[in-house]
Design a protein around this ligand. Sequence first.
Ligand code: 5O6
Ligand code: ZN
Length: 265
Amino acid sequence: KPVAWGYEGDIGPCNWHKYFPKAGGKRQSPIDIDTSATQYDGSFKPLRIHYDSHMCSSLTNNGHTFCMSVNSDQCNLSGGPLEDKYRLLQFHCHWGSDDTKGSEHTVDGHQYAAELHLVHWNTDKFKSADEAIEKNQGIAVLTAFIKAGKEHRGWNHVLSHFKDIKKVQGTSTVNEDFNPKCLLPENQTDYWTYEGSLTTPPCHESVRFIIFKEVVEVSSEQLAQFRSLCVCSSRKRDTGEDEHLVDNFRPIQPLNGRVVKASFQ
Ligand SMILES: COc1ccc(/C(C)=C/C(=O)O)cc1
Ligand SMILES: [Zn+2]
């Protein structure tokens, strides 16, 4: 029976390590990016992000976030700090109960309203995502910070399916011509990168994070749609009201001597 975990109370992040020992490891995520301590690395090749638009995907509410599963072998990532080729597995976001919090990573202590994770697995070294998820260099996560501002039309292709996944385990098939690359910032040459972990249980220390410096804008109404997702809980039975999925970000973790590299000076 899978162990329940969440973002508050007894099953919250401070207790994850009790059932998921990796959560107490030495290279956990997220972290604060202290920009005065990052080290420029001039050896990075250009990032190569090649996604196709004609992949059929499915959007699910997994009780912790919305997750767009992608099953196209044409969505690949390589270059930058990566030695191997990685394939897009899924993308999801983290957010908060208002626009002042929600991102997992912070920059010089600043927390953004939300954070996008595009999760890729190493197809050169491993035979499946399930294997790669547990192994060093198995996962690469492209990460973009999100702040409230002008409307983002690309995000509407995802948000238009939210009515089908309001409830946990709700799933909706997305067939339209949508390329997740449109969710990334224009500037894809300036990023920070470091070695960390999944930010949800089992918190495997298998992740190379690539975090873009440029912040993506979405409207406050679009951020409110993230918060509209429900996580079913006992409260619904007692009080009849839905509990909403908010503050689904893990607190920052100790850097333990890790160095965050920068692709820019
Ligand atoms: C056990 O299967 C898993 C697959 C993916 C993940 C991710 C991608 C977690 C995260 O993004 O923190 C976890 C478990
Ligand atoms: Zn994530």
